[in-house]
Each structure stands twice: as C-alpha cells, then as structure tokens.
Design a protein around this ligand. Structure first.
Ligand SMILES: Nc1ncnc2c1ncn2[C@@H]1O[C@H](COP(=O)(O)OP(=O)(O)OP(=O)(O)O)[C@@H](O)[C@H]1O
Length: 236
C-alpha cells in the first residue's frame, strides 16, 4: 500500500525583503512528506531549512507555491485557522528549549495539554522521555539535555501528527544528544508522528527514512535510507 501523504509541497518560494536587498530563501520546493516517516534535512547555514520548517508549521507564510496538509491548503486558513492547525497537529522542538523559566517541567507541559484535543497525561509524557522524577523541577534545575527532553515531552503530549525539530541536539553532547533523539523516535513509534529533523550533523541523517540535501533554497538530492540507524549507534 502506498504511504499516505501528510504534506504536499509544490513550487514553494519565500522571498524576504524587496529589490536589491531581497533574499530568496526558498527557490521552488516540491516535496511530499508521508505519514509516519522520519525525514532528515541537511544543508549549510542559510540554505533555507528553518524557513521551510516555519512555513510547514504555520509560523510563516510563503511568497509563492502551495502547501497542503492532509488535503487542506494552509493558504486558505486565516490566522485563527493556522493557530488551530499548530495547536492540534504539529509540535516544534528547537535547539534552545524554549521552556518558561518560572514554570516547573510539569507546568510547562500542562500549557500544551490544557489546550490540546486529545492530550497525553503529563505523567505519561514525562515517562516517555525518562523524566518521571523531574516533574516538579524548574528549567534552571535541569541540565540542557533534560530541558530538551521536557521540551520534547511538551511536544509529545499533544500526540502530534507532525514534529518539526530544528537542530534538536545542536547544544548537546553525544550522550545527552542520543537520549534526546531516542525521545524523539519514541513519538514516531508511539504515535506514528512524522518527524522532520533539521541538522548540520550528517551522522544524525542515518536515523532518517529519507535524507534531503538542501542547498541555496533548493532540494539538491533525496536519498532513501533502507536501514535506519538507532540513536545509540550514532557518533558525533
Ligand atoms: N525574517 C527574515 N528576514 C530576512 N531574511 C531572512 C529572514 N529569515 C531568514 N532570512 C534569510 O533567509 C535565508 C535562509 O535562512 P534560514 O534560517 O531558513 O536558513 P537555515 O538553512 O535554517 O540556516 P541555519 O542552518 O544557519 O539555521 C538566509 O539568507 C537568511 O538570512
């Protein structure tokens, strides 16, 4: 059976600014993302990776082309519709964890579970990332890797169909990076969440079902990976 398309992206462009100072961040992207797959996006700094994630996640709008999510054109959604799309279907993981410092790990996750349609209980989300014992701690009392896992628990708690991960291990060492990636892969296994992982780290690409090589706002190559590596097999 053919894989179900979650995102259909056609002729996508994004230009920042105008005239001589215009930056063509995306120069015509055609891509399908399939339900339940893990896609790794590799490319040099400034090649447009974050711009693509922001548009797919409903945080930014394209200059041209189209994005359909499960058949729905994102361009047809008003701001309220985009907010619902983000809230109900997608999770974001960034390099710097974006936790609210004055809230405990549990309270940071509750921010999401209070709004989501069918949330995971907070304790289950914490358990999935191996932090059951840390729910009452504040971000400043947690290591970088632990903070990132709280951020992942927060994203997982909405059982997202799509998880966008922008350099999720960029600030972490190997050991904590591996734990972080294992937490992400849990979402893929437990909820069949589609993962789109942006990284500079070519070794992380081995986790993907497909590896997309980006350059200068365009897709240069898409490589299908027949034997996905496990996070604990990676080295960097
Ligand atoms: N809001 C903005 N205004 C103007 N230019 C922007 C804006 N956002 C991104 N750009 C430009 O668009 C291009 C693509 O940026 P983007 O952040 O998508 O690249 P990236 O591949 O994610 O880079 P990195 O790996 O360094 O995060 C860059 O030249 C960047 O300077």
């Amino acid at each position: 059976m053919a894989a179900k398309t979650l995102f259909a992206i056609r002729g996508l462009t994004r230009v920042f600014g105008q005239g001589d100072s215009a930056v063509h961040a995306l120069r015509g992207i055609d891509l399908d993302l399939y339900h339940g797959e893990v896609v790794v996006l590799l490319g040099p700094s400034g090649s447009g990776k974050s711009t693509l994630l922001n548009i797919l996640g409903g945080l930014d709008r394209p200059t041209g082309g189209s994005v359909h999510y499960d058949g729905q054109s994102l361009a047809d959604l008003d701001e309220r519709g985009l907010t619902h799309f983000r809230r109900d279907h997608v999770g974001f993981i960034f390099q710097f964890y974006n936790l609210i410092p004055s809230l405990t790990a549990r309270e940071n996750i509750e921010l999401v579970t209070d709004l989501a349609a069918t949330p995971l209980p907070v304790d289950e989300a914490l358990a999935m990332v191996g932090l059951s014992h840390r729910g009452e701690h504040f971000p400043a009392q947690l290591s970088g890797g632990e903070q990132q896992r709280v951020a992942i628990a927060r994203a997982l708690a909405k059982r997202p169909r799509m998880l966008f991960c922008d350099e999720p291990t960029g600030a972490l060492d190997l050991r904590t990076g591996v734990m972080t990636l294992e937490a992400l892969m849990q979402a893929n296994v437990a909820f069949q969440s589609t993962l789109l992982i942006v990284t500079h780290n070519a070794d992380i690409a081995r986790l993907g079902d497909r590896i997309i090589q980006f350059a200068d706002g365009q897709i240069r190559e898409i490589i299908a990976n027949q034997s996905r590596a496990k996070p604990n097999e990676l080295r960097w």
